[in-house]
Write a protein that binds this ligand. Structure first.
Ligand SMILES: [Zn+2]
Length: 117
């Protein structure tokens, strides 16, 4: 095998590995999104009204769950229910807009987290 051919071989190999990794990552991603979907549905069942409208003395049915502090890459901020708020569509658009955070990996039930009040 000449040098050029070998490079080509490795390039193809890397592309194939890349593809495989992406294919593997896909179902995981949708699993995460399913967990988030379920979690936010549960949250909205317990919190019917838009919390931002309530602050201003209005009552609107909530349709979305948003993070109070943008979670960024923090799984804790993402999955901490205390960091969630129920919002109606206009409030969600105003507060979150296009900055919808990506769904992070859920924290497993048996995670050993040191927590404080
Ligand atoms: Zn609202």
């Amino acid at each position: 095998m000449g040098k050029g051919k070998r490079n080509q071989y490795w390039q193809q190999h890397e592309q194939a590995v890349d593809k495989m990794e992406k294919a593997k990552a896909k179902p995981l991603k949708s699993d995460r999104e399913k967990v988030w979907q379920r979690a936010s549905t549960d949250y909205l069942i317990a919190n019917h009204f838009c919390q931002d409208c309530q602050k201003r003395g209005y009552t609107s049915p909530a349709e979305f769950v948003a993070h109070i502090q943008p979670p960024g890459e923090s799984q804790l901020k993402f999955w901490n229910i205390d960091n969630w708020q129920a919002l109606c569509e206009p409030c969600f658009q105003r507060i979150v807009g296009a900055a919808i955070p990506k769904v992070l990996e859920p924290i497993p039930r048996d995670a050993k987290l040191y927590t404080v009040k």
